[in-house]
Design a protein around this ligand. Structure first.
Ligand code: FES
Ligand SMILES: [Fe+2]
Length: 390
């Protein structure tokens, strides 16, 4: 290594160490009530660490069951640069796997969604089944070292919870459902498991993924970003009553003042007067709007680009007698309006994170959720506490 390269490498280590030490402080029972260091949004070394320590082992919300309703349905995406495809096979089982051809690395399917009987590699036409097993490999009989039965796409863990589909790149990860039991209890009156997805949201925002999540863990910004769309019936001044679950997940309630004209699901008073939010670290979230639910997941594409996947869920009874097309258009307009406000605001923040004069800001008492997010981030990134820090 040249002298310049080794000096640069030492500098990077020092900077990453400094960032991790600052993050580790959020694990304390008296964490700094400060926003993240701006370098947390721009450091390539930190992003590399996030790829392994956060996204390599977390349950990621990626889809709703309705996007994978029939055999052959698939959803293809990348999770922090790692290609993933989720499929429904002929027997109705869900699978998640790496869609990178085992021959010479060709992606078997582009990001998006669709339906397929199998995946044929566009390069030399090897074919894979919906569960990842090899179905056939052209002109391979003459290679005695090649065992088709042993050739399959690496599988990931996949789990459906209340209709939401989660993937974990760590195939041996412990199940998610038991961890989310407290949230399931809170959400039980909504009968989410019976809901249907009337709108699918797919957007790309030019932001670091952590900016989207900080924003999702508080309602303080509703006053600024959503004065006309959300604030009139979900006021940012209202308190968010937090119920943390371990591992950075939480459910929360906040005041909800809209009247529910249709009321397809009989909700108890506290659920009519409040919106329930559920967040699962690192990127998944949902919010109830009366008897319908919007879910969103902010999945990093790179250090400064985030894919937003989500959907609007409704009870089937709410759709009785309505034109599905009209419902979809109305709901798309509502979801898009709020998302646009967040996107425009957060992309502006992203443009400022590299400022030489940017610093850490003091947090409001209205941002305890942000500290929970920082704590979960610190627990994932700094498994051992840094010496000298509580
Ligand atoms: S890279 Fe897929 S068949 Fe060759
Ligand atoms: Fe928002």
């Amino acid at each position: 290594m040249s002298a310049i390269a080794s000096t640069a490498a030492r500098h990077a280590d020092t900077e990453l160490d400094r960032l991790l030490a600052e993050l580790a402080a959020y694990r304390s029972c008296d964490p700094p009530r400060l926003s993240l260091p701006p370098r947390a949004f721009t450091s390539p070394e930190l992003y590399e660490l996030e790829r392994t320590r956060v996204f390599g082992r977390s349950w990621m919300l990626v889809a709703h069951r309705d996007e994978l309703a029939s055999p052959g349905d698939y959803v293809s995406l990348t999770i922090a640069g790692e290609p993933v495809v989720v499929t429904r096979d002929e027997d109705g089982a869900l699978h998640a796997m790496s869609p990178v051809c085992r021959h010479r690395l060709m992606p078997l399917v582009e990001p998006g969604h669709g339906r397929a009987d199998d995946f044929t590699c566009p390069y030399h036409l090897w074919k894979y089944r919906l569960d990842g097993r090899l179905k056939g490999a052209t002109f391979m009989k003459g290679n005695p070292d090649f065992d088709p039965a042993a050739c399959r796409l690496p599988g990931f863990a996949v789990e459906e919870w209340q209709g939401l589909v989660y993937v974990n790149l760590d195939a041996g990860a412990p199940s998610l459902a038991s961890r989310l039991a407290p949230a399931a209890e809170e959400l039980a009156p909504f009968r989410m498991d019976e809901m249907v997805q009337v709108v699918t949201v797919e957007e790309e925002w030019r932001v670091n993924w952590k900016l989207t999540l900080e924003n999702g863990y508080e309602n303080y910004h509703v006053m600024g970003f959503h004065p006309e769309t959300l604030d009139p019936f979900m006021p940012g001044r209202g308190d968010m009553e937090l119920h943390p679950i371990d591992g950075g997940a939480l459910w929360a309630r906040m005041p909800f003042a809209a009247t529910l004209p249709r009321g397809a699901v009989p909700l108890p008073r506290e659920h009519r007067a409040n919106a329930t939010v559920m967040l699962t670290f690192p990127t998944g979230g949902l919010i109830t709007f009366g008897d319908q639910i919007t879910w969103l997941s902010f999945i990093p594409l790179s250090i400064d680009r985030t894919q937003v996947r989500g959907g609007v869920l409704m009870p089937p009874a709410l759709l009785d007698g309505l034109d599905p097309q009209e419902v979809a258009e109305e709901q798309t307009a509502a979801a898009t309006a709020v998302n646009e406000e967040d996107r425009i605001g957060l992309e502006a923040v992203q443009r400022a994170v590299g400022s030489r004069f940017a610093g850490r800001g003091h947090l409001s008492p209205k941002e305890p959720g942000v500290l929970l997010f920082y704590r979960a981030l610190a627990e994932a990134l700094v498994p051992e506490e840094t010496p000298g820090r509580a």
